[in-house]
Design a protein around this ligand. Sequence first.
Ligand SMILES: Cc1ncc(COP(=O)(O)O)c(C=O)c1O
Length: 339
Amino acid sequence: MIVDLRSDTVTRPSKEMLDYMMSAPTGDDVFSEDPTVNQLQHYAAELFGMEDALYCSSGTQTNQIAINVHTQPGDEVICSSLSHIYLYEGGGVALNSLCSMAMIEGDRGRLNAAQVKNMINPDDIHRPISRLVSLEDTVNKGGGAVYDFDEIKKIKSLTSQHGLGLHCDGARLFNALHVNGLTPAQYAEPFDSISICLSKGLGAPVGSILLGKKDFIIKARRRRKSFGGGMRQAGIIAAAGLYALQNNVERLKEDHKNAKIIASELINLSWVKSIMPVDTNIVIFSIHKENGAAEYVEKLKSKGILCFPFGPDKIRMVTHLDLVDDHFQYLFESLKTIS
Ligand SMILES: Cc1ncc(COP(=O)(O)O)c(C=O)c1O
């Protein structure tokens, strides 16, 4: 048996999702004429109470477009040193937008208002212009950590006061919403732009959505074209996103429950040292053996359990909608056979 815990991106579209995709009406989305893409964008914008939305190929693309629209070359973006936009987007902030990054590690990747305040540069020709604060919620590298919304509101009052934009990399935002209890529209209120991924826990095969004000999305649409992201009859894949938003949000709670169960099994193993708090669907744990993560990932792989090293002695496991009871049973039995 294979138990794939590498990421929540490994899910395959269900039969129901595929049927829905196959029956989707399509048109040319570069001309804004794909009815299914338009329906998805409209649905997402309404859900978040944002003026408009743009369907894109990936979360990297929505983040990179957002950063590009918010900034000018030479500006600075404030974010966590654990953030996806810094660690895992191929240096895109420098490459695409010619911006520097001011970074704070934060608490499992979550920044607080005092840290952000310290990073905002004064009006001084020696310093780059602080232009944007980018928060990630949940924080992938922080073990799926969820922001305290009151802290976000404090950060918002700072960005408003200093004229900075506030972006959210919400690749796993629906996971966060199950924990903080907010509606998408309540959460969206302080943000100038939000990126959400349909291809993570929500189970669509592809796609992300960028949300913002009307004039922001007009600019974003232009950038998407120049980044090579204008798609044609994209309704086929947008339908999967629509299906995911309408059917797979509630069940994310199952992933959270399963992640907690995995953590409670891991902690009893002699080779596991400690586990980050499990807030959502990501479990990051340390092992006793120094620099041993790659070795243990290989040991697990030999039993059919797939996961990623997440540092020299850290391993990440992620729960998702393609895991069933048999997978967990097999996982828990197999974990005990490793030393
Ligand atoms: C927090 C976060 N942001 C953005 C992305 C980028 O998404 P994509 O893989 O669709 O480019 C990911 C991908 O895993 C992510 O974890």
